[in-house]
Design a protein around this ligand. Sequence first.
Ligand SMILES: O=C(O)CCC(=O)C(=O)O
Length: 282
Amino acid sequence: MTEPRGKTVERSSDLFTADLAGTHRRSTVQTIAPDPETLALYDRDGFVILKGLIETQVRERAEDALRGVLGPTGRNNFEGFNTQRAYALLAKTRALDPLIAHPQILGFLEARLHAHPLLSACLAINIGPGESSQLPHADDGFYPDMRPDARHGLSVIWAFDSFTRENGATCGWPGSHLWPAGREPGPQDPAVTAIMDPGDALVFHGGFWHAGGENVTGRSRLALTAQYCAPWLRTQEAMALAVPPNAVAGLEPPLPSLLGYQIHPPFMGHVDGMHPRRLLGT
Ligand SMILES: O=C(O)CCC(=O)C(=O)O
């Protein structure tokens, strides 16, 4: 009898942890784990605000890039009729890479989502003067399974302007990530406002109910939101189309993996039986 070529998995229970599409060279990525107090707050409230995560120079470069790609105002009241958005950002600028793959965000993802998450959506949101409050929602709401303990998604909103009660700061309902499926915020549920300085990041559970606030000022409020999901879920933006392979080829780890150039064991994400990174020739 000839010896089998390649991997053999002996037990069915090991099948879903074995990488059968062929591993690809692993790279080391810096992550910074959140401290236990921060994690405890996140677990209790569904969100935390991380202060001053980026240097001024990185922030200013990112802000310039975002302002340069802002699109027209929204097409519906969810996007906001007085709010500009821009999508497919990783195809348009490299200035956001340090935020999307910030070591403290990666540490959070690893602690509370998955070691190999996907970037589900990444967009600029510039809430303009006169914008009304957004409809409350949870970012996991489009997945049919909204169990409180589901780890579908984790979102981050980076502030580029000061977030105030008047200019559209994100508001949210503490503990709402633990609510049973079907419960929505009502008048009896007090909301909190994410007051932030430029460079702060609001990190929240995919089940956390939140909304962009009303902007009663004469100035806009700029944010970047990066939303991550578990590697077995469909992403909101079709990243493989939004960011073409020639743009991905030059990206530093873990960005290709975040964009879907990864295998969720044993086969999920393969291309013609191969690890998707082989397509990049890297
Ligand atoms: O802009 C904000 O503060 C929140 C926006 C938001 O949650 C969304 O559009 O999904």
